[in-house]
Write a protein that binds this ligand. Structure first.
Ligand code: STX
Length: 321
């Protein structure tokens, strides 16, 4: 990637990794890096469906943290991969991901950990913490996303077309005009069509829209990487599956559930110019949870943006104390 990651900690390698059998035929890939005696932190990747990348270890001081990364069901190095023919996502739901985190935590012998998540990672972090508040020592949340109707409609049903009309035309191109009033459902039919000539172009159009709008300046290498057919099919299928089902939450559930986690130290980092998960949701979270530290930075959505990197590093440094 073209990303400039100079703001983060140096690159490190994992000292342990494996595949955890979580049930329903699924295995999740996990790894641990940093200080084995350090403060445990778990990194939750976005999408859902994007998988983790080695640079994501670098948000944490490797002398202070024991850093856990894992690929959520169906993506990254977890199996079965959602791009496989006949992919079955029945056992890929928010409840399954939360249960997997608990199994992983216990398997690693961790009593409680800090939870760090951006975008979909922030949604999952909020849901996990609300289900298991005693397992969470702190929260770092970036690019807040709660899958409410207005959030999904903004990014996938035409709101953000006001800012990216050119890219929006490419996003709607695979969908016949009569189906465009419900883009997420129209994409669902194509992404799960068994014919690769149908699902691959749909997946590439879906991920290209997202990858092209997540940074203030488009990053051609990131866009190309996200358009890799296998990656794109898994990412688009998993995201779409969660969005069709609204995360299996009632409308506003994550914001309504703050009382269960209000006592947990938390830092919210939000890009002012985030087009994917606009600041309105972070603001609603801030209003619901004024005890959490709230930071708006002049940046877009992606954690790769230097101003976001700095704010997240500051956050993990603060919570390491
Ligand atoms: N999806 C938001 C999300 O979690 C609606 C996410 N946003 N962008 C990404 O993930 C990539 C950087 C992987 C494209």
């Amino acid at each position: 990637m073209m990303m400039n990651l100079d703001t983060l900690y140096p690159s490190i390698e994992p000292y342990d990794e494996g595949q955890l059998l979580v049930g329903d035929g699924h295995r999740i890939h996990w790894e641990v890096s940093g200080n084995p005696e350090g403060k445990p932190v778990v990194f939750l990747h976005g999408g859902p469906g994007s998988g983790t990348s080695p640079w994501q270890r670098r948000f944490f001081d490797p002398e202070k943290y024991r850093i856990v990364l894992f690929d959520q069901r169906g993506c990254g190095k977890s199996t079965p991969h959602a791009a496989e023919p006949g992919a079955d996502l029945r056992f890929v739901t928010t409840a399954h991901l939360i249960a997997d985190m608990e199994l992983l935590r216990k398997n690693l012998g961790i009593e409680a950990w800090q939870v760090f998540g951006g975008s979909w990672g922030s949604s999952l972090a909020l849901a996990y913490a609300q289900a298991h508040p005693d397992a969470v020592t702190g929260l770092v949340l970036r690019g807040i996303f709660t899958l409410r109707r207005e959030e999904l409609e903004w990014f996938y049903e035409g709101g953000a077309a006001a800012l990216f009309p050119d890219l929006w035309e490419d996003f709607i191109a695979p969908i016949p005009i009569l189906e465009r009033s419900r883009m997420i459902e129209a994409y669902h039919r194509r992404l799960f069509d068994p014919d690769p000539a149908v699902h691959i172009p749909a997946a590439v159009a879906w991920t290209t829209w997202e990858a092209s709008t997540v940074t203030m300046r488009p990053d051609p290498e990131h866009i190309a990487e996200m358009a890799n057919p296998e990656r794109a099919v898994a990412f688009a299928r998993i995201e779409n599956h969660f969005f069709v089902n609204r995360g299996w939450w009632s409308e506003g559930q994550l914001l309504a559930g703050i009382d269960a986690i209000r006592h947990i130290p938390a830092i919210i980092v939000q890009g002012r110019y985030d087009v994917c998960t606009p600041v309105m949701t972070a603001w609603d979270l801030h209003r619901a949870w004024p005890e959490a530290e709230f930071v708006i930075v002049e940046a877009g959505h992606s954690a790769s943006e230097p101003a976001i990197q700095q704010a997240l590093r500051d956050a993990t440094d603060l919570l390491a104390l």
